[in-house]
Write a protein that binds this ligand. Structure first.
Ligand code: E4P
Length: 217
């Protein structure tokens, strides 16, 4: 399973990319607004930090505008993935991007039929938003299971990118449901390393080791 960071905070990305555990990055207009800098500049910097796919979202709502913006974004670096909304216009653009060899991440997916259409349009990734579905009273991870079954039934190459992840349990649920990737906000990513029993166990081991008076080196 690939782990992406859902952030446009370059400092945070550098810190976590240093672990070697970050396979890619996703951004969206909200995250770019938080960064408070020109989008193309931010995306270029992120692409230098992370070798893997970096999603950059279009702002146009009509396919022709999405195509123009997407081509400009894709020209920033070879690892840019153009993110388009899961709308009729977005899927028209996705189909055209696929024919041009431009990678896409079809975002704001909230149903299995939407995911089926994204795959048929030739999306590289589809992003089901599990946290927002949970907020709405549904079980977001069930959508991932449904998409997994559909994509496996028909051998679609589109990768399932679990998005809108709010906690470590969402990461577990996405992995069990068979997501190919999960995009995780940095604060949640940091909690994945931790467990109180790991801390406690390590303290005991270190204190017992000290008693031996030994040194390994
Ligand atoms: C995914 O690509 C989106 O940027 C993101 O996961 C949305 O998450 P949110 O629902 O927490 O805003």
């Amino acid at each position: 399973m690939q782990l992406f960071l859902d952030s446009a905070d370059v400092t945070m990305l550098k810190d976590l990319a240093a672990t070697g555990l970050v396979d890619g990055v996703t951004t969206n207009p909200t995250l770019i607004a938080k960064a408070g800098r020109p989008m193309l500049e931010v995306i270029a910097e992120i692409c230098e930090i992370v070798e893997g796919p970096v999603s950059a979202e279009v702002a146009a709502t009509e396919s022709q505008g999405m195509l123009a913006e997407g081509r400009k974004l894709a020209a920033v670096a070879s690892n840019v993935v153009v993110k388009v909304p899961l709308t009729r216009e977005g899927l028209i653009a996705t189909h055209a991007f696929a024919r041009e060899g431009i990678q896409t991440n079809v975002t704001l997916c909230f149903s299995a039929p939407q995911a089926l259409l994204a795959a048929k349009a030739g999306a590289t990734y589809v992003s089901p938003f599990i946290g927002r579905l949970d907020d709405y009273g549904a079980v977001g991870s069930e959508l991932i299971s449904e998409i997994r079954a559909i994509y496996d039934n028909y051998d679609f190459d589109t990768e399932i990118l679990a998005a809108s992840i709010r906690n470590p349990a969402h990461v577990t649920a996405a992995a069990i449901a068979g997501a190919d990737c999960a995009t995780i906000p940095p604060p949640v990513f940091k909690t994945l390393f931790k467990h109180p029993l790991t801390e406690l166990g390590l303290q005991t081991f270190l204190s017992d080791w000290k008693k031996t008076g030994q040194s390994i080196l």
